[in-house]
Design a protein around this ligand. Structure first.
Ligand SMILES: [Zn+2]
Length: 107
């Protein structure tokens, strides 16, 4: 696997997973939930380091039960992609290196 691989094609699969084809021919599939959980923005980093105590009363935000989607994905310079999630969260900038380490290789 080449550390310099770049995305050459980005699409969504029928199961609404993100599919990235890389310049070295590798294809990786990403669940939107995984990407959301790995969101590298400062807010999510802080939340991962200090998980909230479990509330006694569970209140479910309807946005959390709706299937999570990607609303948009746009390049940031030539090193990263900004992902806008359907839950309204859009501050995550995923570097190409990070994307390369996530997901699973499609055989
Ligand atoms: Zn975030």
């Amino acid at each position: 696997m080449s550390p310099d691989a770049q995305p050459t094609e980005i699409s969504l699969t029928e199961q609404k997973q993100l599919l990235i084809t890389w310049s070295d021919g590798e294809q990786r599939e990403y669940s939107i939930r995984q990407l959301r959980d790995e969101c590298p923005c400062a807010h999510c980093n802080a939340a991962r380091q200090n998980p909230k105590p479990k509330p006694m009363l569970l209140v479910i935000d309807p946005r959390e039960t709706a299937p999570l989607r990607i609303s948009s994905l746009r390049p940031v310079g030539n090193y990263a992609y900004a992902i806008d999630f359907s839950d309204g969260h859009n501050s995550g900038i995923f570097t190409i290196e990070q994307l390369r380490g996530l997901g699973r290789v499609v055989e």
